[in-house]
Write a protein that binds this ligand. Structure first.
Ligand SMILES: Nc1nc2c(ncn2[C@@H]2O[C@H](COP(=O)(O)OP(=O)(O)OP(=O)(O)O)[C@@H](O)[C@H]2O)c(=O)[nH]1
Ligand SMILES: [Mg+2]
Length: 254
């Protein structure tokens, strides 16, 4: 069983990718199931085989604890830890090849509180990887793209599991924009140059040492480009995940 945890900032395309990649895998004779870990979500673009909402009622928590939507979401995510063993048993009963785990909207809620790492440490199988989604629109400005890569690094250091960056929604990019992002990823110095060329005051703090950090990061986290809408790049995503699977927990991509 290969567990793939899908993380990313709000609206980056996590649920849409879960739906599209599950379909893609099943069409290619890889048995994949989806797990929804967001107790507060009203609608999903896929039918989750395993669903946090079967264990926790967002409305009930909101009402009984007298919380607003944000407070209730924090409380629900914290409560989820109590059910993680049941969720794991439910997942195992399907005996799938791939388990795609869609995580709650706000990445910081899952990543920076205690619950996310605890949930991953209990749920994780013999093979576990993490996808960090970066919305293609975040690549519209070099400084914003650099910040997104730094957030990805932060997620990597927090969870310490093999990670791939996924640039999502690439159908919204022109081929010239894709090539520019490719250059930035190939050579963070060119990203550095582009950030400096923005000539906006706060970004002068983007220094050579940040650049070095991105170069080191590039050595351990690959980036794949995908569109869940057109299906472009899903074959490459699968190939990269299989490479990570072959490399196991010691996987690095030098
Ligand atoms: N053009 C385009 N739009 C996409 C793609 N993937 C997702 N979207 C759109 O982006 C929006 C957010 O997608 P979701 O899949 O709900 O994103 P999410 O990360 O699960 O969102 P939260 O769970 O609310 O944080 C929706 O309107 C999707 O239709 C894509 O590949 N291309
Ligand atoms: Mg979602």
């Amino acid at each position: 069983m290969h567990y793939v945890f899908i993380l990313g900032t709000a609206g980056s395309g996590k649920s849409t990718l879960t739906a599209a990649f599950k379909d893609w895998l099943n069409q290619h004779d890889v048995y994949a199931i989806s797990v929804n870990l967001d107790p507060g979500v009203a609608w999903l673009p896929y039918g989750p085989e395993v669903d946090a909402r079967d264990y926790i009622s967002f409305e009930k928590v909101m009402k009984e604890a007298g919380l607003g939507p944000n407070g209730a979401l924090i409380a629900c995510t914290d409560l989820l830890v109590n059910y993680v063993r049941e969720i794991k048993e439910e997942i195992k009963s399907f005996n799938p090849d791939y388990v795609l785990v869609d995580t709650p909207g706000q990445v910081e809620l899952f990543a920076f509180r205690e619950t996310g790492p605890r949930i991953i440490s209990v749920l994780r199988g013999e093979r576990t990887s993490l996808l960090f989604l970066i919305d293609a629109m975040y690549a519209s400005k070099p400084s914003l793209f650099a910040s997104s890569l730094l957030l990805s690094a932060s997620i990597f250091y927090r969870f310490q599991v093999p990670q791939l960056n996924v640039l999502s929604k690439i159908d919204l990019l022109s081929s010239a924009e894709r090539e520019k992002i490719d250059r930035w990823l190939d050579d963070p110095h060119s990203l550095y140059g582009s950030v400096l060329a923005e000539k906006t005051e706060p970004y002068t703090l983007f220094t050579e040492s940040v650049c070095d950090l991105l170069i080191n990061l590039e050595a351990v986290i690959d980036t794949v480009f995908i569109s869940s809408t057109t299906g472009e790049g899903l074959d490459n995503l699968y190939a990269q995940l299989q490479r990570m699977l072959a490399g196991g927990e010691d996987y690095v991509t030098y």
